[in-house]
Design a protein around this ligand. Sequence first.
Ligand code: TMP
Length: 207
Amino acid sequence: MFITFEGIEGSGKTTQIKRLHKVLKDRKIPCLVTREPGATNIGLQIRAILLNQKNKKMDPLAELFLYLADRCQHMNEKIQPALSKGQWVISDRFWDATVVYQGMARGLQVKLLNQLRPRILDSTWPDKTFLLDLPVNIGLARAWERINHSEESQKESRFEKETKAFHEKIRRGYLTLARKEPERITVIDASLPPDKIHRQIIEVLFD
Ligand code: TMP
């Protein structure tokens, strides 16, 4: 079972992934919790380049290839081995993030992404995706609060510094994907209390 979480900054993915992980552990379901970018040693180095706020002038195609390089490494080192052992994999972001951020928001051709996809993923595709959806104002306020309380993530705020219009595009892009693949992508109102969100996720997975 391959599950991914998507959403704008501050949508609460980390909290929900932790809670789902605990349920899987309690049910003795072997599972890998992972994220993009930065789940491998090489990926961590790529993440540092991608999110460094000094790299404001990054070319959109260069950015795309860095995300894809991170994903190739992630697939081969972590995701494929875990899935072939029968483990569940929960990833904080995956291919949909590239379609929305680099394709729809940065304006790269989604057609190019679709051409590259089989080369990078082969036939691997998430069984279930949770889109934690909420208004951009709320998400960014939460993300900024997190940044202000953590020295570490100060270095990593290139995306939080994007304009509100950019984040609106991201939100709309994710909702468009969800309309195209309603079976796979469940949209959850991320402004609800975390307990309620968690219950919805568990219902979708286990009921
Ligand atoms: P994170 O803050 O959820 O760890 O994600 C890091 C940032 O990278 C986030 O702003 C979304 C962005 N991103 C892309 O632009 N394209 C991608 O393919 C992925 C996986 C993330």
